[in-house]
Design a protein around this ligand. Structure first.
Ligand code: AMP
Ligand code: MG
Length: 320
């Protein structure tokens, strides 16, 4: 697609957002399902189309710091430090919300999660729409996050428009943090690692996080339609002839019906980029009855990867 056509599409999408419609758009993490964050009716349709429970708050996407000021009631120095270091980028900061933010966006919480996406199409869309855009991932609640426009089309055909920007770069959702008296707490693991944030501000040593303020801690996230296991063991009692392996090291591929290798160079970032795509492919593949994902060490982005894999395994086990 040439630049002129892309700009025309962005302008069209921005007009829809201004009119209170819903637009799916690419960010560096996954595709988002966006609406004008100040329009509660438009935001309500996000919950409707996604079939998302109303207690699960949305992340608001901004293009500049002027928009941050509209959304929050208080900005401290730490927020500015984090913003300078990580924005645009996959860090969502939960902050006390201003009165302008409709309660439906924050699921009634007094706080709102905000981030500036590191994606030129997303930023241009927000700028042209002239408002912050509330957007969760553009999938049905409990399904696999979309990393291509096709993934969105498959799950949400009723969306008003899909702005196609190709495959997303990072492929795993943003890290969500909040600030306490003592430092930051991670509410959801994601693309920015704990270690990276610790270089800017200390981590809150108290580990207690109440359920209400951390809806992202829900045990299930992606709920697979097929048997889903995280396993490194060669002797797992499954029929490998019906199983698809999401492979990382290449060390356990033998015997599987199909293998999707997520990285050619054993780089965890590739796992994050290709993980959801692999899940989509196995879910759509009639030859595959069981999906096995190879676990990784829980360092850096490995924590976020293992978080999503465990949630998928947990929710599959719950269904039985
Ligand atoms: P999604 O955009 O679908 O990846 O989900 C957004 C996630 O961000 C939620 O499930 C929460 O984990 C987190 N989040 C958004 N806003 C808040 C908030 N005000 N307080 C705590 N967590 C939040
Ligand atoms: Mg999501």
């Amino acid at each position: 697609m040439d630049n002129i056509e892309l700009l025309k599409n962005i302008e069209f999408a921005a007009r829809l957002i201004r009119e209170g419609k819903l637009v799916a758009f690419p960010t560096e993490t996954v595709y988002g399902l966006g609406a004008n964050a100040f329009n509660p009716y438009a935001v309500a349709r996000i919950f409707e189309i996604k079939e998302r429970p109303s207690f699960d708050p949305l992340i608001v996407h901004i293009a500049d710091l002027a928009q941050l000021k509209l959304l929050v009631s208080r900005i401290d120095e730490r927020t500015m430090k984090l913003a300078h270091k990580f924005w645009p980028g996959p860090l969502t900061i939960v902050l006390p919300k201003s009165e302008k933010v409709p309660d439906i966006v924050s699921s009634g919480l007094p706080t709102v999660g905000i981030r500036m996406p590191d994606h030129r199409i997303a930023l241009e869309l927000i700028r042209r729409a002239g408002c912050p855009i509330a957007a969760p991932s553009a999938n049905k609640f409990g399904h696999i996050s979309p990393t291509t426009a096709d993934h969105v089309r498959k799950q949400l055909p009723e969306v008003d428009y899909i702005l196609d920007g190709g495959k997303t770069d990072i492929g795993i959702e943003s890290t969500v943090i909040r600030l306490t008296e003592y430092g930051f707490q991670i509410l959801r693991y994601g693309a920015i690692t704990q270690e990276e944030i610790e270089e800017i501000i200390p981590m809150d040593p108290t580990t207690h996080i109440d359920k209400i303020s951390a809806p992202g801690m829900m045990k299930s996230h992606y709920s697979p339609r097929k048997m889903f296991l995280v396993a490194s063991d060669h002797s797992i009692a499954i029929d490998k002839s019906k199983a698809g392996l999401i492979s990382f090291t290449g060390n356990m591929e033998e015997g599987f019906r199909k293998v999707i290798k997520v990285s050619d160079r054993c780089d965890l970032r590739d796992y994050a980029v290709n993980m959801y795509e692999a899940m989509h492919r196995f879910e759509d593949d009639n030859d595959i009855e069981v999906i096995i994902a190879e676990p990784v060490a829980e360092v850096g982005i490995g924590r976020a990867i293992m978080d999503r894999l465990r949630k998928a395994e947990f929710s599959w086990k719950q269904k039985r």
